[in-house]
Design a protein around this ligand. Structure first.
Ligand code: FE2
Length: 296
C-alpha cells in the first residue's frame, strides 16, 4: 500500500475524504454481489430503489438493493465483505473507539447513466459519520467537494440561492476509482453520484461506537450492524423497520400511473430532446432538420 495509517489520517483531516487505492481483491465479492443482484430481480426483493424506470415488461431500473445481508439471499456476500477487513483502517483514519454500521446497499445500474443531485447525506458538517464505497468495478465520475472548498460553496449558495444546483468545476474532485478501491468520506460533505457507464459498488454508512465489540469473525457482529441489517430478521419485521428509511419501498411500479410515467422516461431518454430545442432555436436554419435527429 502507498500510504501509512498516519498518512491516511492526515489526508482525511485535510479533505474529509480519502480514496484507498488497491485496498482489496474484488473478484470473489463481486461474484457474491452479482448473485444478490440477480436474486433481487428474479425473486422480486421488495427493498430495492428504482431510478427513472423505463417501459419494459417486468423490468425495474434498480439502482440500489437495500439490506443485502438478509438471509433471503443465497450468497456468501457477508463472508466476503468481512474478508475486506476494513475496520482497523476506519479506526486509524477517524480515531474512533469502535465502528457500528447503520446502512448497507448494493448500488448497481446497468441500463442508464446515473446522476443524482448535489447533496449532503448528513445535516451538519463535519459529521461523526462516514460513507464508505467499496468499488467492485472501475468507476469514474463520483463528485465530492473537499473540506477546503466547503465554505466557498456555502457562500455561493447563500448569495445566489443556487441550492447546490451548479457547482463550478474547480470546486469539486472527480473520483477515478478502480475495482478494489475503497472510498471513505465524511457523510456531511457535498457530493453527487455520477456515472456514464454501468457500476457496481457497495455503499456502507457507519458511525462511532463507544464500547468494545467482541470479535466473532462474522460481519454482522464485528461491525455492529443495526437491527434492519441483521441477516436473520424476518420480512415482516423488515417491513416495519424499513419505514424509517427515507425511500418509500411501497411504490407499485406496475400500477397504471407508474407505467405511463415509465413510458415518458423512456421516451425522454432515447429522444435527444435538447436537439429539438436546438433546432427550434436555430431559426436561421444553418442546418437542416436531419442534423438534429437521433441518427446524428
Ligand atoms: Fe449521498
Amino acid at each position: 500500500m502507498l500510504y501509512s495509517a498516519m498518512e491516511f489520517h492526515d489526508l482525511f483531516i485535510k479533505k474529509r475524504y480519502v480514496l484507498l487505492k488497491n485496498y482489496f481483491s474484488s473478484e470473489d465479492l463481486l461474484k457474491e454481489t452479482n448473485k444478490i443482484i440477480n436474486q433481487a430481480k428474479n425473486k422480486k426483493w421488495k427493498f430495492v430503489k428504482v431510478y427513472y424506470n423505463s417501459y419494459i415488461k417486468n423490468f425495474l431500473n434498480i439502482f440500489a438493493i437495500s439490506y443485502p445481508l438478509n438471509n433471503f439471499f443465497e450468497s456468501n456476500f457477508e463472508k466476503e465483505l468481512n474478508n475486506i477487513d476494513y475496520k482497523e483502517t476506519i479506526k486509524d483514519i477517524t480515531k474512533w473507539a469502535e465502528v457500528k454500521t447503520t446502512s448497507i446497499e448494493i448500488q448497481h445500474n446497468k441500463k442508464y447513466n446515473y446522476q443524482s443531485n448535489w447533496h449532503r447525506d448528513w445535516s451538519h458538517f463535519p459529521s461523526n459519520c462516514l460513507n464508505i464505497i467499496v468499488y467492485l468495478k472501475d468507476e469514474i465520475g463520483f463528485r465530492i467537494v473537499p473540506l477546503e472548498n466547503n465554505n466557498k460553496v456555502e457562500k455561493l449558495t447563500s448569495n445566489s440561492k443556487m441550492n447546490y444546483l451548479n457547482i463550478p468545476k474547480d470546486f469539486y474532485d472527480i473520483i477515478d476509482a478502480k475495482a478494489g478501491d475503497l472510498l471513505v468520506m465524511d457523510s456531511g460533505l457535498i457530493h453527487q453520484g455520477f456515472t456514464k457507464s454501468n457500476r457496481t459498488h457497495i455503499f456502507i454508512r457507519c458511525e462511532e461506537k463507544k464500547d468494545i465489540t467482541l470479535i466473532k469473525n462474522n460481519f454482522a457482529n464485528d461491525y455492529s450492524v443495526s437491527e434492519q441489517l441483521d441477516p436473520n430478521i424476518t420480512l415482516k419485521q423488515l417491513e416495519i423497520l424499513s419505514k424509517k428509511d427515507t425511500y418509500n419501498f411501497d411504490i407499485n411500479y406496475y400500477s397504471f400511473k407508474n407505467k405511463i410515467k415509465s413510458f415518458i422516461f423512456t421516451f425522454l431518454y432515447y429522444l435527444p430532446i435538447h436537439r429539438i430545442f436546438n433546432y427550434i432555436k436555430d431559426y436561421k436554419r444553418k442546418k437542416i432538420h436531419f442534423h438534429y435527429t437521433f441518427f446524428q
